[in-house]
Design a protein around this ligand. Structure first.
Ligand code: NAP
Length: 287
């Protein structure tokens, strides 16, 4: 049976460490790091994510600002709010919850965020800095994935990592982070030929596809580290629904050397890394 990479426990450790660092700042008479989250519209999943982000920011003793705006908000109103948050000295991190309603150009909004406050790590300046090995604010989900992989094996040097998915928010930054860990990295996607054979070459297999249980036993080399980023809601026999990953966990757990469960794997790490990025932004801004 595979080692279960418990993201809930690791995220709790990371949050405890952040809380202690914030409390030390406050005791020294310094201001607390601040995170502003912006939500447009009433997408229920986004509202849950933003609610958790606010709750965990407050629980860590940080300054938390939430702007919940109607879906009818225009792009120029949103850009005005971003400019206001860029200028706010008590805000170190700005997160605009994606996806944005139709009619708003997400890239224009991301580019409007001060790169020094871009705690999602999506601004082209941070993307570029990460790719040339300069200090950058790094996307939270891939950062959490690397931390989990390192729980299975502290030194990832020389391992072959196959990442299935090439999105800007997960697949591509994941590749950069694993390269920085000295892995040999392959990125696969929907046009990749013979995906099972390629995946079976992976010492680290990262699934960031968005298709429930798309990867099974035939994709996994015995002993591989399997990181499942997918969050898919599927119907249950009793009429309800439940979350599953992009990996068929029950089939793979007997083959892999280590695996992240869904839920309780990568998901909890994302918000913990967001708080950590906010503290990093605070420090770099001289807070
Ligand atoms: N845990 C977290 O905190 C967290 C954060 C972000 C995302 N997620 C989850 O991670 C998953 C991926 O998210 P995303 O935003 O990266 O998704 P995305 O933008 O939709 O990208 C999906 C990628 O998977 C590839 N793909 C789709 N079907 C495939 C197939 N049958 N075989 C091989 N590759 C295939 C696509 O290839 P093409 O490029 O060729 O279309 C694309 O590159 C989703 O389930 C999402 O909910 C979780």
């Amino acid at each position: 049976m595979a080692m279960i990479l418990d993201g809930k426990a690791l995220a709790a450790e990371l949050r405890a460490d952040i809380t202690a660092r914030v409390s030390a700042l406050r005791e020294a008479g310094r201001r607390a790091p601040g995170l502003a989250v912006v939500l447009l519209g009433d997408d229920p999943a986004s509202a849950v994510y933003v609610g958790s982000k606010v709750k965990q920011t407050e629980a860590a003793g940080m300054h938390s600002v939430a702007h919940v705006l109607p879906g009818s908000t225009t792009e120029s109103e949103l850009l005005q709010l971003v400019a206001q948050l860029n200028a706010d000295p008590f805000v170190d991190g700005i997160l605009v919850q994606l996806p944005l309603p139709k009619g708003i150009d997400s890239l224009r909004v991301i580019e409007a965020i001060d790169p020094a406050k871009d705690v999602d790590g999506f601004h082209p300046v941070n993307v570029g800095r990460l790719s040339i090995g300069l200090p950058a604010l790094v996307p939270c989900t891939p950062r959490g994935c690397v931390m989990l992989a390192k729980r299975a094996r502290a030194d990832l040097t020389g391992l072959h990592a196959v990442i299935v998915g090439r999105s800007n928010i997960v697949g591509k930054p994941m590749a950069q982070l694993l390269l920085a860990e000295n892995c040999t990295v392959t990125i696969a996607h929907s046009r990749t030929r013979d995906l099972p054979a390629l995946c079976r070459e992976a010492d680290i297999l990262v699934a960031a596809i968005g298709r429930p249980r798309a990867l099974g036993k035939e994709h996994v080399k015995p002993g591989a580290i399997v990181i499942d980023v997918g969050i898919n809601r599927v119907p249950k026999a009793d009429g309800g629904s439940r979350l599953v990953g992009d990996v068929d966990y029950d089939a793979v757990v007997g083959v892999a050397g280590a695996i992240t469960p869904v839920p309780g794997g990568v998901g909890p790490m994302t918000i913990a890394c967001l708080l950590d990025n906010t503290v990093t932004a605070y420090r770099r801004r001289g807070g």
